[in-house]
Design a protein around this ligand. Structure first.
Ligand code: ADP
Ligand code: ZN
Length: 618
């Protein structure tokens, strides 16, 4: 839980002080009438002044209440009577008048001088403005950065959260079974370390959770702590970036000391990329000192602490590629667990977790909700359930119905579309046919690697889907026939779009790039083109320091260059024709596979072979 921080607020203090002054001067001080000096002198002469106090600039005193008529203007007398409450106080500015004292004595006025109360004047004229200025500054600082308080400068802003028990279990995590399975092992390490150490094995130190925001990385880490019943220490990498130099490093040291004292325990570092960005990437000269120091401290702690005691560090990031390689070295974050966006089944399971406390209409079908939410991650689904429940409550329904989910989906999708995280049904159809094309060609070509998995769940920014092939054995050589089959598989996606969608999309960019590279290498390096013969026309990459950007060096004439270009085009065209023929012949299978993909989003090896076998029977 977040510790409540109590800030001593200077702003409020000043406000109260000024308020008090105003109240004092307006309400409690008796009314004092301003008199001119000659009015005052006339009053003294007539014996109307009973007593007075002189200070350096003013004369303050009391008038006797009667007989003032005619001596003062009417309005002044009115005021004295109205506000004076019996005592008629006056004040007048003091004038250099050496004759005043004898006159006062003659008129028998009680008078005294006053030792000026300088501290009060000082307070008003000097201390108060300073305080006000200071308060204003603090106020502005706080406005600009709500997390910083004036009084907390120097204290760490990276809060460490400790939870004795997270109360989260693996039952709360659904739909990401692969990642969950990998982390179950960690739970076992924490529960029974001796079992693994018995034979001299070392327990892993760091686990890196990689996945898009909201896929449940934090949830998983908490579940590991909950299942193993160990304390959970967490902090976020981005908190360090804005801190003063040295504080972050101290904080990291402190965190590890605490975690080790409470071992076995889990330390969770969210947004590891904010902290562990590769050093030297920073555009600012000299890099970000604080981040670098903190990172160095983290590395030192990772190396220094003894994993045998059972402290396991879990880091989360959605951008593993920018992490400092030093973090990923053996003995640091050497285990990587990838958390994918959930597929159709996974989304349904996650929905089940989140509707536990929600009253659903009996005929509500959660699989339909899952089908309507491609691309949603766990956090989106949790949000969706809540929105639907709130929507139903707003119109005083007794249970949440499909209509409420529909409405909530539209609302959540609108939000996500702005972040471009969902694909519309038309795009989904294109991607499904594209991937089905790759997969089918791979299965139909004798030398291509078998397909392990096809997915149309968007991954990262660029890839909308992917077909994963699994080589049957380790390969050191590739034959021409194998390379040509590989080329066909690369073109399968584009050709499937042509045939089944009737239009082509930008989705094949990467495929075409790779196909072109492949063909170029066949011609210029492997001597596999009849037109150009055996000459190697491009040197393989040399040692790194000799390398010229852009790959191998050209070692051929302009004319040969033209020949190469023509040959590349010719080979690509030939491959295109081959693939087109294949896929046109297998159009019904292509359609069925695409349909299966649209329904399930992920198709594994088994389902694929079943589908192909059925196609062969027919
Ligand atoms: P991340 O750390 O990856 O950004 P979180 O773990 O903070 O994501 O997820 C935010 C919330 O989304 C969780 O608290 C949980 O309610 C919900 N959530 C995310 N993934 C899942 C999941 N696999 N199963 C159930 N709920 C999930
Ligand atoms: Zn493709």
């Amino acid at each position: 839980m977040e510790p409540k921080q109590q800030h001593f607020s200077i702003g409020y203090f000043i406000l109260a002080f000024v308020g008090l002054l105003l109240i004092q001067s307006f309400l409690f001080a008796p009314h004092t009438e301003n008199l001119s000096y000659n009015e005052f002198k006339a009053l003294v002469k007539r014996g109307k002044v009973t007593d007075l106090v002189l200070d350096r600039q003013t004369i303050t005193g009391t008038l006797s209440p009667e007989g003032l008529e005619g001596m003062l203007p009417k309005d002044k007398i009115e005021e004295l009577k109205r506000y004076g409450k019996g005592t008629h106080r006056f004040v007048t500015a003091r004038v250099d008048d050496p004759g005043l004292v004898p006159e006062l004595e003659a008129a028998k006025v009680r008078f005294s001088g006053r030792v000026e109360n300088t501290w009060f004047a000082l307070l008003l004229s000097w201390v108060l403005p300073t305080l006000i200025f200071f308060g204003l500054w603090a106020f502005l600082v706080r406005r600009m950065n709500p997390r910083s308080g004036l009084m907390s400068i120097g204290k760490s802003r990276a809060k460490v959260y400790v939870e004795r028990s997270t109360g989260v279990s693996f039952d709360d995590v659904a739909g990401i079974d692969e990642a969950r399975g990998e982390l179950m092992e960690i739970v076992d390490f924490l529960k029974r370390p001796a079992r693994y150490q018995r034979l001299g094995g070392k327990i892993p130190k760091g686990v890196l959770l990689v996945g898009a925001p909201g896929t449940g990385k934090t949830l998983l880490a908490k579940a590991v702590a909950g299942e193993a019943a160990v304390p959970f220490f967490s902090l976020s990498g981005s908190d360090f970036v804005e801190m003063f130099v040295g504080v972050g490093a101290a904080r990291v040291r402190d965190l590890f000391a605490q975690a080790q004292a409470k071992a076995p325990s889990i330390v969770f570092i969210d947004e590891l990329d904010a902290l562990g960005k590769a050093r030297g990437i920073s555009p600012v000269m000299g890099g970000h000192d604080e981040r670098e120091q903190t990172l160095n401290q983290l590395l030192a702690e990772l190396d220094g602490f003894d994993s045998q005691k059972g402290v396991i560090i879990m880091g989360a990031t959605n951008r593993p590629e920018i992490l400092d390689p030093a973090l990923l070295r053996p003995g640091r974050f050497d285990r990587k667990v990838v958390i994918d966006r959930p597929d159709l089944k996974g989304r349904e399971k996650i929905l089940r977790v989140h509707v536990r406390g929600v009253k659903l209409a009996p005929d509500l079908d959660l699989s339909q909700v899952a089908a309507r939410t491609p691309g949603f991650v766990g956090a989106d689904l949790a949000n969706l359930v809540n929105e639907a429940a709130l929507g139903a409550a707003r119109v005083e329904k007794d249970a949440v119905e499909m209509a409420d989910f529909d409405e909530a989906i539209d609302r959540v999708v609108a939000g996500l579309e702005r972040k471009s995280r969902v694909i519309n049904p038309r795009e989904k159809g294109i991607v499904a046919h594209h991937e089905a094309g790759h997969a089918l060609v791979a299965e139909l070509r004798p030398h291509a690697d078998r397909v392990a998995k096809i997915s149309i769940i968007p991954r990262g920014v660029a890839a909308l889907g992917y077909t994963q092939q699994q080589p049957t054995e380790d390969r050191y050589l590739m034959t021409r026939a194998e390379l040509l089959d590989r080329l066909d598989v690369l073109l399968g996606g584009r050709v499937a779009e042509e045939i089944a969608v009737g239009d082509i999309s930008t989705g094949a960019e990467d495929d075409l790039q790779r196909a072109t590279d492949l063909v170029r290498h066949m011609i210029t390096r492997y001597g596999m083109s009849e037109a150009l013969g055996l000459a190697t026309l491009e040197e393989p990459r040399r040692a790194l320091f000799l390398q010229i950007p852009g790959g191998g060096q050209k070692e051929y004439s302009e004319e040969t260059g033209k020949l190469i270009d023509a040959e590349i085009r010719q080979m690509l065209a030939a491959a295109h024709a081959r693939v087109r023929e294949t896929l046109t012949a297998k159009r019904p299978v292509l359609e069925r596979l695409a349909k299966l993909l649209i329904d399930r989003e992920v198709v594994g090896r088994e389902a694929l072979t079943q589908l192909l076998a059925r196609a062969d029977e027919a």
